[in-house]
Structure formats: structure tokens, C-alpha cells
Design a protein around this ligand. Structure first.
Ligand code: Q9C
Length: 396
């Protein structure tokens, strides 16, 4: 591992521990087969290979305490997960069947505690100003898990616990959660549906409720309850094939006007890259660069205090590279401009030189397409001329 650079207000933290690669599926289950250790190890290897990990402040992981976990989960559920450490394969399998799209492993409890602990380390570093922003590469993911349930590969809700931690232990009053994973983070939505101090935004493949988790509560007209009414924002995609321009448009027209008015003190990103091109579950077409632009659009909020936390991708482990190494985009200098309206924000964001956006993959570089290892049909997409509105947007 390369030398850390000294922490400073401009630094980007990267949190990763290979021990989180210990959990793996021990039986045959096609539904869970994509959730493999290589999701994590190959992501980190890629960031190192590109020299990006070395540019980050590398922070150590810690194991979350049971008190941390109980910020969101019930003591009974925490005890159930704790009990998996000593279970046989058969017992683990039986327990997993009580939940939807989940498996357990004897390392699930320590790994899931590390995933939460890594997220909390990141939040602590960003909120105290030790670093400007950062990313936690964690596994298992979190956004589907609920007070009393594992769900969709998720055991403990890393981002929801982090938001509650930021409120209770740092006294923050307004936290924005941006969930750009392709699945609805119903666990986060449920944790904060009554809470006006956490604005939860999610877009997700929906197809009129036919896409997993197939919930009525993922639709656009579900907006939160009681004092939390208006602080849940869902953008259900009823078609696949969404492109960069679709994602950027939703940021510009839906998320950012609300987020600017909300004026968060901290931005947490449920950073799932199954919403990118090449993912077999998401079937969307946004390129890796798009996630750099999305990140950059969020940096004027909360004085750049942004924590990206890995959720999921269905990446094929055979691939040498993946379309989801967008973490390096965080290396851009945080903008500190005014947020009292969309125009000043856009002026600020769009006047920043594009070279401050850096991703692990440069599509503009000849030959880089082969490095992407995307299926031929998807690579052809790059040859398609940009639509007029995309052309205009990127030209600015
Ligand atoms: N036939 C995350 O994104 N797929 N998890 C179920 C049903 C479950 C995704 C497929 C996908 C879970 C963290």
C-alpha cells in the first residue's frame, strides 16, 4: 500500500479492509450468486492499479458496536445475526430462507459490523473535518436491510446507521441521502419516513412495480409521512436503458432544487453501481463518467462533506475492470459556492474545468474501450452519436 498523504480539509478518504471479502455464498442460490467477494477485492485492486487509492487518505476500519447497530436495528435482530457465527451451513441456509434474497456465512456478523464501522469512521472523519470527503468500500451492502430484517444481500443498514449516528452523536440536523443504486433502498426509506431531518432520494428500476423488490412504496407518489412528509423522494424508472442525460436531468430538475433548499450539513451516497452500463440486473446505460459528474454535482452541498458508501453491483467477477470504479471522482476540489438557487450552483459546477473529474476509466483514451470489457453490444453504444440534448449539456 502506498504512503498516505497527510489528512487535510481537501483530502479524500478511502476506507477498505480485505476482511470484508470473507463472506461468501456456501450453497447453490442463483438469486444470490452475483454477490461475490470479488466485488470488493477487484474494486480495490482497480483503484490501486489506477493510482487512485494512493492519492487518498486511507483510514482504518473499525467494528461497529451493538449500540451502533441498534441505532437502526432491534436488539432481537442484532442477536439473530450475532448467532450466525456459530451456525452450521444447514442452519445458516434455513435462517436465510426467512428473508428475501439473502445468505449468511459464519463471517457475516463480523463483516457486517465492519461495513457499518467503516461507514462510521468515514462519517467521523468528514464531519470533524479531518478530510473533505471520502468513500467506504464495504460488504455486505446495507440499503435494503430493515429494523428486523435482512434483505437483498443487506444485513445491517450502513447508510441509515451513519445518518442516525451523525444526528445523535454529532448533532447534525439535516442529512441528505442520495441512493443511486438501481434498486430502491426501502430499508433507508422506512427508517426515515417520519423524519424531516433526513431527506432520502432514490431512483430505481421499477417498471410499474414489476422489478425487485416490487414495492408499492417505491413509486413517485410515496413522499414520507407525518412530519417526514416531503422528505422522501422516489424516482421510479419505468423503462430500462436510461442514459447519462437521463440521470443528469433528474439531478438537475428533481434532486438538486430540493437538496439546495434543504441545505444539508452532510451528504451520504448509497453508491451502488448496478445503475451503470453493463450491469445485468440494472440494464441501464449510464457510463462510469456519469457517476463522476453526479458526485461533482453534489459537492457544492454541505460544503463538500460527502460520504459515498458502496452498495451493490452485479459485476461479473471474470471482468478485469468494471464500470463502477467511479470513486476517484471524489478527488475534485469541493466547491464552497452559494446554494441559494439552482443557477448560481449550475454556474459554479459547470464552470469547473472538466479535468478535475477523474474516473478509473477514460473513454476518451484510444483503446480504453477494450479495458472496459463490456459486451460488444454495449461497446457499440459508444459509437452512437450523442443525442442533441446530451451534446449541448456536455459541451458546456
Ligand atoms: N429474482 C443491492 O443492490 N435480486 N442488492 C433479486 C429476484 C436481489 C440487490 C432478484 C438484488 C439485491 C444492495
Amino acid at each position: 500500500m502506498a504512503k498516505n498523504r497527510p489528512p487535510g480539509p481537501q483530502g479524500t478518504a478511502l476506507i477498505y479492509d480485505k476482511d470484508m471479502a470473507r463472506v461468501r455464498l456456501l450453497w447453490d442460490d442463483p438469486e444470490c450468486a452475483i454477490e461475490v467477494p470479488e466485488r470488493l477485492t477487484s474494486t480495490y485492486a482497480r483503484l490501486c492499479h489506477r493510482g487512485l487509492a494512493q492519492r487518498c487518505v486511507q483510514l482504518p476500519v473499525r467494528e461497529a458496536t451493538e449500540e451502533d447497530l441498534e441505532l437502526v436495528h432491534s436488539p432481537e435482530y442484532v442477536a439473530v445475526v450475532k448467532g450466525t457465527q456459530t451456525m452450521s451451513r444447514e442452519q445458516l441456509h434455513t435462517l436465510a430462507q426467512q428473508y428475501d434474497a439473502v445468505y449468511f456465512h459464519p463471517s457475516t456478523f463480523p463483516c457486517a459490523r465492519m461495513a457499518v464501522g467503516a461507514t462510521l469512521q468515514l462519517v467521523d472523519a468528514v464531519v470533524t473535518g479531518a478530510v473533505g470527503n471520502g468513500m467506504a468500500l464495504v460488504r455486505p451492502p446495507g440499503h435494503h436491510s430493515q429494523r428486523d430484517a435482512a434483505n437483498g444481500f443487506c444485513v445491517f443498514n450502513n447508510v441509515a446507521i451513519a445518518a442516525e449516528h451523525a444526528k445523535r452523536r454529532h448533532g447534525l440536523q439535516r442529512i441528505l441521502i442520495v441512493d443511486w443504486d438501481i434498486h430502491h433502498g426501502q430499508g433507508i426509506q422506512r427508517a426515515f419516513e417520519n423524519d424531516p431531518s433526513v431527506l432520502y432520494f432514490s431512483w430505481h428500476r421499477y417498471e410499474h412495480q414489476s422489478f425487485w423488490p416490487r414495492l408499492r412504496e417505491s413509486d413517485y407518489d410515496v413522499v414520507g409521512q407525518g412530519p417526514g412528509r416531503g422528505f422522501t423522494v422516489n424516482v421510479p424508472w419505468n423503462k430500462v436503458g436510461m442514459r447519462n442525460a437521463d440521470y443528469v436531468s433528474v439531478f438537475l430538475h428533481v434532486l438538486l432544487p430540493l437538496a439546495i433548499e434543504f441545505d444539508p450539513e452532510l451528504v451520504l451516497v448509497s453508491a451502488g453501481y448496478d445503475s451503470g452500463i453493463g450491469d445485468p440486473e440494472g440494464e441501464m446505460k449510464a457510463t462510469p463518467e456519469c457517476f463522476a459528474h453526479l458526485t461533482f454535482l453534489l459537492l457544492p452541498l454541505a460544503r463538500g462533506r460527502l460520504c459515498a458508501v458502496l452498495e451493490c453491483t452485479g459485476v461479473n467477477p471474470e471482468r478485469e475492470s468494471s464500470p463502477w470504479d467511479a470513486g476517484p471522482s471524489l478527488l475534485g476540489t469541493p466547491s464552497t459556492g452559494t446554494t441559494d438557487g439552482l443557477k448560481p450552483l449550475l454556474d459554479k459546477v459547470l464552470s469547473c474545468p472538466p479535468r478535475s473529474l477523474c474516473t478509473g476509466i477514460g473513454l476518451a483514451v484510444p483503446d480504453s474501450a477494450s479495458g472496459l470489457n463490456l459486451p460488444p453490444a454495449l461497446l457499440q453504444e459508444k459509437g452512437v452519436p450523442l443525442r442533441e440534448e446530451e451534446e449541448a449539456l456536455w459541451a458546456r
